[in-house]
Design a protein around this ligand. Structure first.
Ligand SMILES: NC(=O)c1ccc[n+]([C@@H]2O[C@H](COP(=O)([O-])OP(=O)(O)OC[C@H]3O[C@@H](n4cnc5c(N)ncnc54)[C@H](OP(=O)(O)O)[C@@H]3O)[C@@H](O)[C@H]2O)c1
Length: 242
């Protein structure tokens, strides 16, 4: 049997890079997708994957990238941004939300739809959306909210653009899972936990190895045929409420 093939967006750093390493270690073919050609080429050469230039906000470029790929079993929608994370909601504007959603939400639609024809031909197609626990509305409200401090008056709704983009991504995960169930494509979202990455430099002091999140991505990428779809999981495998 040929090795399965995966494509990881935003794979030149952080959780995406760790996921690529984990899949390559398991003998997978991995398309290392990123938006900077030099970094993509360098990461692919270093890790042993295949370089693919993919800016998820560029539909023409994404379509061109999809034409370069002939087989795909797993798509990991990992690319994400959190611009201006410390701006309180009342001081932000629609442009901040637009910039955030372009990558975290619209980019996922662009990439997923571009690669769907390939996934439909796979024997075990899986999509993993790297979301965030901060996008859980249940975890943001009572009775035991984990993230209400972000919304509290003292913090003024910081990260609202990012967090709501992940709430939207969670909804997309569910709707794609329902739409693609007849194709046998399982679609799940992951809350990767706090990880020390470029996106979350503050986590560096708290540990948060991206490799632990990558293991969880790989678990969802390799779900058995009777595994779940349309669900939201924490990196430790427990379900996260929407
Ligand atoms: N770190 C955490 O604590 C944490 C917690 C919850 C969820 N997450 C999620 O985990 C995912 C990975 O983030 P990370 O923490 O590993 O941070 P990261 O190292 O900054 O990785 C994000 C990746 O996305 C790429 N990217 C951004 N915009 C893109 C675009 N338009 N097209 C293609 N690629 C793009 C970045 O590329 P550039 O290097 O070119 O910017 C980068 O490689 C994100 O979806 C994030 O929301 C992270």
């Amino acid at each position: 049997m040929p090795s399965p093939t995966a494509l990881v967006t935003g794979a030149t750093s952080g959780i995406g890079r760790a996921t690529a390493i984990e899949l390559l270690t398991r003998g997978w073919e991995v398309w290392i997708a990123g938006r900077d050609s030099h970094r993509v080429e360098a990461a692919a050469a270093e890790l042993g994957g295949r370089a693919l230039l993919v800016d998820v906000t560029d539909p023409v470029g994404v379509a061109a990238a999809a034409r370069r790929v002939s087989e795909l079993d797993v798509l990991v929608n990992n690319a994400g941004v959190s611009p201006e994370p410390s701006v309180p909601l009342a001081e932000s504007d629609a442009e901040l939300f637009r910039r955030t959603y372009e990558t975290n939400v619209f980019g996922v639609v662009t990439v997923t739809n571009a690669f769907l024809p390939l996934l439909r031909r796979s024997h075990r197609p899986r999509i993993v959306n790297v979301s965030s626990g901060t996008g859980s509305l249940t975890w943001s409200t009572g009775p035991n909210p984990q993230f209400d401090h972000h919304q509290a008056a003292a913090n003024g709704g910081r990260l609202a653009a990012y967090r709501s983009s992940k709430t939207a991504l969670n909804a997309l995960t569910l709707f794609y899972a329902q739409a693609l169930a007849d194709d046998g494509i399982k679609v799940n979202a992951l809350a990767p936990g706090v990880r020390a990455t470029n996106l979350n430099p503050a986590a560096a002091a708290r540990g948060g190895d991206p490799a632990e999140a990558a293991d969880a991505v790989v678990d969802l990428a390799t779900l058995a045929d009777d595994g779940p779809t349309g669900q939201f999981f924490s990196y430790d495998g427990t379900p996260v409420p929407w």
